[in-house]
Design a protein around this ligand. Structure first.
Ligand code: ATP
Ligand code: MG
Length: 562
């Protein structure tokens, strides 16, 4: 059973075993080098976080090198906005500046081009004049062998000439491609003469108009690894069937020995109630289902930041789940539990009322302000204490009062006494209502003898509720978030994840009342509003709070149920 405890003392998984075996056999003369190769066509999400943590920790643990490489081979979808955000998010996640300058596949376009000419000259690549649709049809299927292209046996000189013309911009998009010449009857579909270059006329954000042809992932990836001298090329499972091609290209280029990278696959991270496909995330943003890539409901690192997830908690989570060889789905509650445990240790406590109901204490000495001492963090004595003003005019949470209390409702009700946290016992004596019959105010009395939180005569109360002094309260707003999808596996029933969007995933609470010291909180720090959850102040709008996570550990229940 998976528990939520500390990460294992001695880390071990199949990738670590592999790296250690390579170190033992001196395969790379003791070198370890990894990379994280995102395409700059979107913002990073928590799946990327897993790949980043894995690659960077392997490099760190073995005194190796970890690089960020932008896999910028498609000018149509990529932009500098994504380039900047990826680096920024990556540094946020790792909690430090990158130790190496970011690299770009586009820096290797020349070398990749020269290597492609090499393959042509060896008779291992050819220019195909067919369109991509036809080529795709000719690939056949698992039970069906592919068809050779009518252009497959072009001579070397003609291929070289045409390829140079492709580069020189003599062809339109889709007019021709460069293909590797392998085997159209191969069991592995990726080996059926895969495309290496496509014509694209769009301007590239780094190389401008210099290139009219762009390498495919398969052609660019392994060769970029080799150029950078990556030792362990770790990628997600969907590339498993590409490994044979990865190796084939390196074989043709005679990249061997300690210069040759090896690809190893690991399972992608998936979560319940979550989608992690960039295409879908992009759709949510573009269709304005969410308020942008940094919407706190998004599984993006931007969203996590805005919501107040501590980076170290995300890293600890990634380390805890480790790596697997088969795809699986993690429960989102496990991640939330890492966030909550971290915040429980570190977040200061404050009192805030999200849905205020006025309370007037009728026997309170007029104008008197009693400064009450409160503990900032019961989990961390060094966080100290603060003072909160208590007066005869307070706000409590509307939900903490019921005119006709249900069974087992122990909070405030007519004639009933409760404890105000860090304050006194109060009893509700009278309800004030407006014309429509809505409760607008409670008239209560307090017992001055209960200043220490206890009654000297030993009488008990069944509930302690929070409050804020009305005249001292700051006014702010809070956004409460629920899951973006209402089913565990979005799209499982209809095949369309968007059918399972939760229409009530965001609730804005305005005119919330905050104890005055909330105004002095350090910028950016998450705070626990007592009894309500953890909240992260917005970076731009003062006194706007995003609910990071609630107080209840749902993961504990899941573990118990198992
Ligand atoms: P798409 O969602 O369109 O498949 P992508 O998220 O794979 O795109 P890339 O920019 O290619 O986008 O990803 C960069 C790296 O992150 C890749 O090496 C990929 O294996 C890894 N990665 C992406 N998603 C996950 C995931 N859910 N779990 C683990 N690693 C992931
Ligand atoms: Mg991908």
């Amino acid at each position: 059973m998976e528990t939520q405890g500390e990460p294992p003392i001695k880390k071990s998984n199949f990738i670590i075993d592999l790296v250690e075996a390579d170190l033992d056999s001196n395969r790379y003369d003791g070198r370890v080098q990894t990379r994280f190769p995102p395409e700059p066509n979107g913002f990073l999400h928590v799946g990327h976080a897993k790949a980043i943590c894995l690659n960077s920790s392997i490099a760190n643990d073995y005194s190796g090198v970890f690089n960020l490489r932008y896999d910028d081979t498609n000018p149509v979808t990529e932009s500098t906005e994504f380039v900047a955000s990826i680096k920024d998010d990556l540094q946020w996640l790792l909690g430090e500046e990158l130790k190496t300058v970011p690299l770009h596949t586009s820096d290797y376009f020349k070398q990749l081009y020269l290597w492609a000419e090499d393959l042509i000259m060896k008779g291992k690549a050819y220019v195909d004049d067919q369109d991509v649709k036809t080529i795709s049809k000719q690939r056949g299927g698992f039970q069906e062998t592919g068809l050779n292209s009518p252009y497959r046996d072009r001579g070397t000189e003609e291929n070289l000439h045409l390829f140079r013309e492709m580069r020189a911009g003599k062809f339109y998009e889709g007019e021709c491609v460069l293909r590797a010449k392998i085997d159209m009857g191969h069991d592995n579909m990726n080996m059926r003469d895969p495309i290496m270059y496509r014509v694209k006329t769009e301007e590239h954000f780094r190389t401008g108009k210099e290139w009219n042809i762009y390498p495919t992932y398969d052609w660019a990836h392994g060769q970029s690894d080799a150029i950078e001298k990556v030792t362990h090329s770790l990628c997600s499972l969907e590339f498993e069937s590409h490994r044979e091609l990865y190796n084939w290209f390196l074989d043709q280029l005679e990249i061997t020995g300690n210069q040759r990278p090896y690809q190893t696959e690991f399972a992608r991270l998936n979560f319940t109630y979550t989608v992690l496909s960039k295409r879908l995330l992009k759709y949510l943003v573009e269709d304005k289902i969410v308020d942008g890539w940094d919407d706190p409901r998004m599984p993006t690192l931007r969203g996590f930041r805005k919501r107040g997830y501590p980076a170290v908690a995300v890293r600890n989570f990634c380390e805890h789940i480790g790596v697997a060889k088969t795809n699986g789905t993690h429960e989102i509650e496990l991640l939330e539990s890492f966030i909550r445990n971290n915040l429980n240790q570190n977040a200061e406590r404050r009192m805030a009322v999200l849905n205020p109901l006025k309370v007037t204490i009728t026997n309170w000495p007029e104008g008197h302000v009693d400064m009450r001492q409160a503990i900032n963090n019961p989990e961390d004595e060094s966080a100290g204490t603060r003072e909160i003003p208590f007066t005869g005019s307070l706000y409590i949470e509307r939900e903490d009062f019921m005119e006709n209390p249900e069974p087992k409702y122990y909070r405030l009700a007519p004639g009933r006494e409760v404890r105000l946290r860090y304050g006194y016992f109060i009893t509700c004596n009278k309800i004030v209502k407006d014309k429509e019959g809505n409760v607008t105010e409670l008239l209560c009395s307090y017992d001055p003898e209960t200043s220490g939180g206890k009654a000297p005569d030993g009488r008990k109360v069944k509930a302690t509720i929070h409050w804020v002094s009305a005249e001292h309260a700051l006014e702010g707003s809070a956004v409460l978030y629920d899951r973006l999808f209402s089913t565990e596996h979005p799209g499982a029933e209809t095949g369309e994840p968007l059918d399972d969007i939760n229409p009530n995933s965001k609730t804005l609470r305005e005119c919330i009342k905050l104890e005055p010291s909330i105004g002095d909180l350090t910028r950016g720090s998450v705070v626990q509003f007592e009894r309500l959850g953890y909240f992260h102040p917005d970076e731009e709008i003062p006194l706007l709070f995003h609910r990071t996570v609630g107080l209840r550990d749902e993961w504990a229940n899941i573990v118990k149920r198992r």
